[in-house]
Design a protein around this ligand. Structure first.
Ligand code: URA
Length: 481
């Protein structure tokens, strides 16, 4: 038996060199072995035989090299042997990699898929906790990847949390980013990472309040969030209890009477001239008129379950307009846009961007709150394209009156309303887009999206991006005036 000693569990280069030497020397798979670290097996530890001086160099398909790079990260003991068997067979079966039904090829492909899944899960389930010491603020996460994907996946976290100092600790090794350099370090133990921080309680409360028992699909949930990751997810501690309560909570919800329909709207309707908004020729000349007329809107059915229509608020002439999706629960009751939790995120981001909200006209693509009742709660529902189109009449009336030079669309629904086409926010975000009336539009994320990001560090980074976009919109304003 010939044994090659590799420098580490993921030493792909070491394996490649040794495997080449084995194959050139004619060492058959049963006679070649790979060990990680330390000495080999004493008597049998002969190392790869050096290839004869006249051994012909050989080339392997790129598909094999790529696949091998993934399979090496698999935790199975025999992964190096499997790869060497494939390498050996490629000498007489050059098209082997195309035969996906071949037992070795299928096995390698399956292991590569497992590795890719482990990397994906790592991106989704790493939870950083904040620590602060003399050196400043750091975000530390403990993670137990199913396969050895730390080094492979660390660049994702660099891109995502570029402005933070963070470390991810695992049993295989650690990765640290100091804002400039990614360093790979030795294995860690769980007790080296903090177990909780103050943000965690907030996130647990949020998770429990958004958990919708009527939509519970335990199998699907466990498929997406496998149990093996639960112990490092703060919100997972709540799951067994929430699942146990789900049936009871659903029954209570179903049994609860629907909320009072629209009492306030009925009152408003009796006060105003209903016919005006049905008159297509009606052209509001003041924002107050618009405010009143929207209460009689029947352009789509959303008025039925809303307390009232919520038009935009802000100066009658404003160079910056911000468009959200639709009023939420708080806005529906208050009759003003962005006064609830998303509004607080927006206010703080505007402040950080150096923009005074009082100078901005803040409105929504859709003027009525679309929701479905759940017991005492009203769950937000995204408005349909038809509803957004129907409501565009009101947004256009606001734009005619306010005449903004720059319009910031928060999220996909707002972008659809402003640009009159479907938009992928991630693709078009941040750029200035010319509008027919000479104004510029800019698309950014919706503040409510930030509230839904479970991981504190990810949330902070998204918030920075929102502030940067608002700053850019403000700069655009100066160029466009
Ligand atoms: N979300 C919105 O899009 N608009 C609001 O007014 C509040 C929350």
């Amino acid at each position: 038996m010939r044994v090659a000693v590799l420098a580490g569990e993921t030493d792909f280069e070491g394996w490649r060199q040794a495997a080449r030497a084995f194959r050139q020397a004619g060492t058959a798979p049963g006679q070649a072995a790979f060990r990680v670290g330390g000495a080999g097996d004493g008597l049998f530890d002969e190392g790869p035989t050096p290839p004869p001086p006249d051994a012909a160099p050989f080339i392997v398909p790129k598909a094999f090299v790529d696949l091998a790079g993934d399979v090496v990260l698999h935790r199975s003991e025999d992964r190096f042997d499997l790869l060497y068997r494939l390498l050996w067979r490629l000498a007489s079966e050059p098209d082997l990699m195309k035969i996906v039904s071949d037992i070795d090829v299928a096995d390698a492909l399956e292991r590569a898929r497992n590795v890719s899944r482990a990397s994906h899960k790592m991106k989704a389930f790493v939870r950083f906790r904040r620590v602060e010491d003399a050196a400043g603020e750091r975000w530390i996460a403990w993670f137990e990847p199913a396969h050895r994907v730390l080094e492979r996946t660390a660049p994702f976290f660099v891109r995502r949390f570029t402005t933070l100092n963070w470390s991810i600790l695992t049993r295989d090794g650690s990765a640290s980013w100091d804002g400039e350099e990614l360093t790979l370090g030795p294995p860690a133990t769980r007790d080296m990472a903090p177990t909780e921080d103050e943000i965690e309680e907030f996130w647990k409360t949020y998770y429990a309040s958004t958990f919708n028992p009527a939509r519970l699909k335990t199998k699907a949930m466990q498929g997406e969030m496998p149990r093996r990751y639960w112990k490092n997810l703060p919100e997972a501690a709540l799951i067994p209890e929430l699942v146990a309560q789900a049936a009871v909570r659903t029954e209570t919800m179903v049994a609860a009477p629907a909320p009072e329909p629209n009492a306030r709207l009925a009152k408003t309707l009796s006060r105003i001239n209903r016919d005006r908004s049905f008159d297509e020729g009606f052209v509001p000349s003041r924002l107050e008129e618009l405010d009143q007329a929207v209460q009689a809107c029947r352009r789509c059915p959303l008025w039925r379950d809303a307390t009232q229509g919520v038009c935009g608020k802000g100066p009658g002439r404003a160079s910056l307009m911000i468009v959200g999706e639709q009023p939420g629960d708080h806005e529906d009751l208050a009759g003003r846009p962005f006064v609830g939790p998303a509004g607080q995120v927006l206010d703080a981001a505007l402040e950080d961007a150096g923009i005074d909200r009082d100078d901005v006209f803040v409105t929504n693509a859709v003027k009525h709150f679309k929701h479905e009742p759940r017991g005492k709660r009203r769950l937000h529902k995204t408005p349909s394209t038809t509803e957004v189109s129907a409501c565009r009449w009101w947004l256009q009336a606001e734009r005619r009156l306010v005449r903004p030079k720059v319009i910031v669309a928060l999220g996909g629904t707002a972008a659809l309303a402003v640009l009159e086409r479907k938009v992928e926010v991630t693709k078009e975000r941040g750029a200035g887009i010319d509008l027919a009336d000479g104004a510029k539009a800019m698309i950014t994320a919706h503040p409510a999206y930030l509230l839904r990001i479970p991981d504190a560090a990810a949330r902070a980074s998204e918030r920075d991006r929102l502030v940067a976009d608002l700053r850019a919109a403000s700069a655009m304003l100066k160029l466009n005036s």
